[in-house]
Design a protein around this ligand. Sequence first.
Ligand code: ADP
Ligand code: ASP
Ligand code: MG
Length: 437
Amino acid sequence: MKIKVAKFGGTSMADAQAIVRSADIVKAEPARRYVVVSAPGKRYSQDVKVTDMLYECFHMSEMDGNFDPAFEKIKERFAGIAADLGLDMDMDACLEEVKAGMYKYRSTEYFASRGEYLSGRIMAAHLGFEFVDAAEVIVFTSGGEFDAAATKAALKKRLAGVKYAVVPGFYGADESGLIHTFSRGGSDITGALIAEAVGADLYENWTDVNGFLTADPRIVDHPAGIQQLSYRELRELAYMGANVLHPESIFPVRAGGIPINIRNTFEPENKGTMIVPEIDESRKGNTITGIAGKKGYSIIYIEKSMMNSEIGFARKVLSVLEYYNIGFEHMPSGIDTLSIVVADSEIAGRESVVMERIQKTVAPDHAEIKNGISLIATVGHGMSFKPGTAAKLCGALAVAGVNIRMIDQGSSEMNIIVGVATEDYEKAVRAIYHAFE
Ligand code: ADP
Ligand code: ASP
Ligand code: MG
């Protein structure tokens, strides 16, 4: 029999009605054996995700030790869901156990993980599936590093002979039982890990949109859907901010050659997006596959005559970043110029020391840091078959009055990244989208 792993995101777990829909999807196919759940997300646009409520709860516990008022709101939310579903489980006892754990462990990761834990308990009770705590099967080192080999072994052992199970996403534990979490959106990673470990035929990722869209629906009105995406295109788009899937969830499924199907819980008849190792030949006709972008970058711009003939110039500049433990994203260069794109989160507060050290290390003719940059990636295997793609993209930005501050074409020829001023970001995404529509 085929095995499918089905992961349900925050909106799919937001309230009893959404949970019933998600459970109906699981029950519709016996192959959907392993279910991974997120914490309840937003029910309406002004609503607060349970995970954010939990971070707030931890913040309160740090401030004055007493987090009861914040916990009450979380309790209400879960008790409401359990009551609406008419579950045969002692939700009050479950919530008391979580609260006692919070007082005992007092770590931000323990607090944050409880949304998924409770969501998992609820889904398991509603479906009548076994509950497998992620703390038993998703292994971290005591330093908080994810341990892939130990996780795979633990999952194989624990799930062998378990026909149907619900596993909470987002967290795991180290040898001593302390809880650790992935970064935000990390339930996608849990689903991918389980899919690899059980050798699933398909990893279904159920969310609130009809799969991967060609652009962020919050920027472009009704962007077209993407029927098929290669692992590499997914990696580029997800890394560059198309946060419908966590960028790290690609690695386990790629290792197992398992396709991912992004589906809409609220429109289950839509086939969504299939993410596959290689795209079909027929798809090579499309020039671009998708556009994604992120705000919050700066460009370190360096000018020096003849820098190209100065052996080791780029290495010396990068050694400064290494010295301050700052990663970089892109490094396009000209004959006498070098631009290095860094995330603001990496360099914030250290701009002046970094620039001073660059000045001392390579004595440039001119060096400056340009803040307020957003990056936009235009991705697609088709780009390498269609000459003039970059010209079309730049032309569209010029017509829209957007100044390109940096451009970098990946050597894979399936990716063009432009840097624009953040105030032009949305306008630029729309201009690129319509140029290739
Ligand atoms: P879940 O809670 O189900 O994991 P997320 O909020 O993490 O859902 O991801 C789905 C959301 O990603 C969508 O509601 C949409 O707003 C956003 N999104 C951003 N870029 C894209 C894109 N290119 N395609 C689809 N959704 C996107
Ligand atoms: N609940 C976590 C978050 O909000 C993890 C997830 O939803 O995947 O980031
Ligand atoms: Mg998500």
